[in-house]
Design a protein. Sequence first.
Lengths: 112, 112
Amino acid sequence: GEDVEQSLFLSVREGDSSVINCTYTDSSSTYLYWYKQEPGAGLQLLTYIFSNMDMKQDQRLTVLLNKKDKHLSLRIADTQTGDSAIYFCADSFSGGYNKLIFGAGTRLAVHP
Amino acid sequence: DVKVTQSSRYLVKRTGEKVFLECVQDMDHENMFWYRQDPGLGLRLIYFSYDVKMKEKGDIPEGYSVSREKKERFSLILESASTNQTSMYLCASSQQGRDGYTFGSGTRLTVV
């Protein structure tokens, strides 16, 4: 079945760029998403990319999509302590019902 | 601001109790979902619903049931709570299209 994989941890210094990577298996994806989860909270939509795009930029966030390799990345420029959270990659399931398949989440730790 | 509201942030229940987790959305969304989140396992889909009185099993439905009598409300029921159902439960809703899910804040359930 469809699967989404992410590395579990990333540690960066404040002010550096963070790059969180994701791979997926569904070749029929329409949209791919990045969600952020702060401690004790639900998931918040950060950004999404349509499958016919290679890149999307939104302020400090850059999403890159390599459809051939089924690889998605999220770059956060000038990472701040407030960016410490768990980041989830999600793939829109081609089987309908607007269902999303989530990765296990990458915990980003930002240190001074 | 659009919202998905989960009735409880924290719940403590005894083994064998019947437990109801309630979720209400105010966006007139067709699709609603229940996930559980456990460390290292990410989000796992329990059940979802694409219309009133309609439901579909997700990846881990055993030990759970759901009810959707009204479009805005989706309830998760633990028929006989067990300690391995201690988890964070997340409700989400969505409409067809690009906007992905809107999540509630989550209910952290502890079964003792």
